[in-house]
Design a protein around this ligand. Structure first.
Ligand code: ATP
Ligand code: MG
Length: 325
């Protein structure tokens, strides 16, 4: 059987979208309406976290986006570069500052965010000769739902899907649509089209049903395969993850037992690790083990991408950490 995902040798995994710094409240409570202790900046943005994990695991990878000509931007480009990610398609905006997200956890585990994305450098990039040259040699395109709320990212993704597919590359989609980021009807439609184009879908929780447009886990899985998706990995937080193959195969991966310090970025590291392992030739079951380790390890360290692991770090984590049964 032909592999579902294009091999690493075909060309880099490309991720397009918001590059941010994240600044995290160190106390638990409601929002930011009073002065409080904060820590950061940390490099962030769901697409950037995803591609950082790809690079750290040794997958060829490249990022398309923009930062400001400031320390927040340099923090991000330095990090991605040291992770092994190509950064030549990250543009540096001379006028607008790097995007940011402030986050504070509430008692019930939910989060309050203050974003500056739409009016930051994060939203100011687009199609260029440089980006086209990258897509012409890309092996895989990963789309983060969150990036669809950024018009510049939408334009790049729309064009890239056809180019990458035409050369035998593959597509993955993480719906990753926070309730704070509302989609207009046109974006909702674009999202539906992307789901149909996806070889791999990486939803978490209720995003599965939202992507399928039907209720119930089994119905949603069935519907997505009808639409042409080739494999689905459902993320369930501390309850683990499940792989579904189009041939009816199912693999359940129990979560590793860890102390959760900062849940942000777990899904992005999980996805980046899963995709990279698959493109490097691993089976779904093996890739799922690395992905579960990547997600779990990342929540043990404060900062959205601080816990993304190398192959060696994940091997050490896997051999030293218990799993739920
Ligand atoms: P994000 O908040 O980054 O969008 P997500 O909702 O997309 O996350 P999660 O399901 O939270 O994704 O996490 C992805 C995977 O990481 C889980 O399937 C699990 O394997 C692992 N993981 C996440 N949180 C924990 C935890 N507290 N303990 C152990 N493993 C975890
Ligand atoms: Mg997610």
């Amino acid at each position: 059987m032909a592999s579902v995902l294009a091999p690493d040798q075909l060309g880099p995994t490309v991720c397009v979208g918001e590059i941010l710094v994240e600044i995290v409240a160190t106390t638990i409570g409601d929002g930011f309406t009073e002065a409080q202790p904060l820590v950061g900046p940390y490099p962030s943005g769901a697409p950037a976290i995803f591609i950082s994990q790809c690079g750290r695991l040794g997958g060829s990878s490249a990022m398309v986006g923009a930062v400001g000509n400031d320390d927040f931007g340099r923090l991000n480009t330095d990090r991605l570069k040291s992770d092994g990610v190509e950064i030549s398609t990250i543009s540096v905006d001379s006028e607008f500052p790097t995007g940011s997200a402030f986050v504070r956890y509430r008692k019930d585990g939910s989060r309050d965010f203050v974003y500056n994305i739409a009016t930051s450098a994060a939203a100011r990039f687009g199609w260029s000769d440089n980006v086209k040259a990258l897509m012409d040699r890309a092996g895989h395109l990963h789309v983060m739902g969150s990036a669809l709320s950024v018009p510049s990212a939408r334009e790049v993704i729309d064009r890239a899907v056809d180019i990458v597919k035409a050369r035998g590359g593959t597509i993955s989609v993480d719906p990753n649509i926070r309730k704070e980021l509302k989609l207009d009807p046109a974006t909702e439609q674009r999202f539906a089209k992307l789901v149909e184009a996806a070889d791999l879908l990486l939803p978490s929780g209720e995003e599965l049903e939202r992507a399928a447009g039907v209720e119930g886990e089994d119905n949603a899985i069935g519907r997505l395969f009808e639409l042409g998706v080739k494999e689905i990995v459902l993320k369930r937080g501390a309850d683990g993850a499940t792989f579904f193959g189009a041939n009816g195969e199912r693999v359940d991966a129990p979560a590793f037992v860890v102390e959760e310090v900062d849940p942000t970025g777990a899904g992005d590291c999980f996805g980046g690790a899963y995709l990279t392992c698959r493109r490097l030739g691993m089976s779904p079951a093996e890739a799922l083990t690395y992905a579960s380790a990547a997600g779990a390890r990342n929540v043990t360290i404060r900062g959205p991408m601080e816990g993304a692991g190398t192959r060696q770090e994940l091997d050490a984590f896997i051999s030293s950490t218990e799993r739920r049964s």
